[in-house]
Design a protein around this ligand. Sequence first.
Ligand SMILES: *Cc1c(COP(=O)(O)O)cnc(C)c1O
Length: 407
Amino acid sequence: MTKIFPRLEIPETLAAGPGPGNTDPRVLAAFASAGVADHMQGDVLRGMIECKLMLRDFFGTSNVYTYGVAGTGFSGLDCMFNAIQPGDTVVAFTNGTFSGIDGLTIRMKAATGEELAANSLNPTAASVTIVEVPHGTSVTGEMVDAALAQHKPTWAFMAHWETGSGRINDIQGFSDACEKHRAMGLVDAVSSLGIEDFSIDSFSGVVAWASCPQKGVLCLPLTYAPVSFTDRYIDHVRANGSSCYVNHPILAARHWGIIDGEDVAAPGYHQTHSGYAVAAFHEALRIILEHGLAQKAKDYTFHEKALTDAVLAMGCEVTSNMTSLVVLNLPGMLAGREKELVQGCRAEGFGIWPTLSEPVQVRIGILNQLSKEAIMDIVKRFAEAMNLMQAGVDIDAIMAQLEEYYA
Ligand SMILES: *Cc1c(COP(=O)(O)O)cnc(C)c1O
């Protein structure tokens, strides 16, 4: 007998972690009100082309190969890494969970058949050097320069902002070192795009960028991961190939009206894109461009400082420097109880996160929480959770401090 479960109800929660962020109601409305239309219907295709044009503004680029990869952040990253062939030389810098996973993807793609078979789920590849930078510290230009000088790889990889540890890495230093040592730079910009105000075209050592739908872009997960590829990267892929179809950096661009390096008015079929996803992505890009990248970056800096000052006043130690995320150690008396605290908050619909790799820390994010009311709500909920564990936080004093900051 087939068991049919009751209709699935998912509650409203406050997403106050590294991402996904709380989606703007306009994005949800765009998703839910899109009509039933197939993937080659005129308005769906027009929407994709408009998204492509808005994305170029958003990335600050004239790269023709700028579009969305269907899925989440790792889908866009997979597309970017699909340029890496078995045996390619790569130097990858890792300083937390996500760049660590990117390092795994790189090893999987660069491994020879023999290396992959030897340990298929976690291969080592002789052609790949992983430079492990300790959790809680940033990748510096000097580190990149030294490693690229030594290994002279074809590719270099770094995360712009590492969300696992909340650290901003030195993108200018990375780009400069790539240029100096003639490596092609690949960047995971999942957590920085839409938060920091930067133009990718000013980093000439970087040939490819991949981001994600549901962090700084504030669209829904499983819509579109923004990617942007320079002509140099595309020429390399055209010359050397890529052993995939769906996330092929050149072929996937066809549906966005990019064929043979040109914008074309009539896109070509690549896969069955979703009109709902296109409508949501389109609205998210409109919202962010209306807000303005420079203003948005300022707003994140301003509100992140309010949150950081508040958790410092509670006796926590902050080890991150991202402006959308605070990564902290609890006060000494609560050390070792991070997961318990996070679980308690999550059970109440307050979606903060622990770190996903060692050491265990607490992560509180402010994606789309750029208002005094939102920050006060986050701070109050966190302070109350700490007090349930007998932290003895003076909540009134902390709220008064916040009132003063915002006055
Ligand atoms: C979240 C994140 C990812 C993974 O993104 P998904 O959308 O979960 O696939 C990759 N890299 C960084 C830096 C991230 O923050």
